[in-house]
Design a protein around this ligand. Sequence first.
Ligand SMILES: CC(C)(COP(=O)(O)OP(=O)(O)OC[C@H]1O[C@@H](n2cnc3c(N)ncnc32)[C@H](O)[C@@H]1OP(=O)(O)O)[C@@H](O)C(=O)NCCC(=O)NCCS
Length: 143
Amino acid sequence: MILRKGIESDLKDVLNIEVMAYENPYWNKNMLLKLLANKTDKRLWIYEVDNDVFGFIIDMRHKGEISLLNIAIHKCRQGMGHGLKMLKIYIKSLPDKHSIYLEVNKNNIKALNMYTKLNFERVSTRKSYYNDGGDAINMQLVR
Ligand SMILES: CC(C)(COP(=O)(O)OP(=O)(O)OC[C@H]1O[C@@H](n2cnc3c(N)ncnc32)[C@H](O)[C@@H]1OP(=O)(O)O)[C@@H](O)C(=O)NCCC(=O)NCCS
């Protein structure tokens, strides 16, 4: 299993994973094309197992701070330890002394458990932030 930078030929897989992973998908083809053309400070990372795209991460890096904007594993591959593995490889690949930030819906128990397992800590909450009424939990991993 590897984590590598995304390229244009990954788009189909990434969009497929995105629409299956979320009830209301956010990232669309145009947004991803812009990102792949380096027209934003956001980057796409592909998690590949035996040449198959199993998942991806979208991040944004700025002066020692890294924001995780999207993390998803293919619906058929969830619950098998890949989310945890992908994030472990990702975190290991980062330069030292970079804090990592993310936001997660309080109702997304799977993701919350996964981040807690990786030692992310809750830093703040935004009440009823999401469409389903769920609070947004801001989490941080200080390295
Ligand atoms: C969240 C997501 C990335 C996790 O990836 P995954 O491969 O399914 O998770 P893993 O199998 O690696 O499990 C990691 C940990 O998550 C937790 N977890 C996984 N499935 C769970 C479930 N059904 N119920 C509760 N906790 C669960 C567990 O703590 C697990 O560790 P453990 O098995 O050692 O106890 C994946 O489910 C996904 O893509 N979900 C849809 C998109 C999403 O919600 N992204 C996060 C946005 S913030």
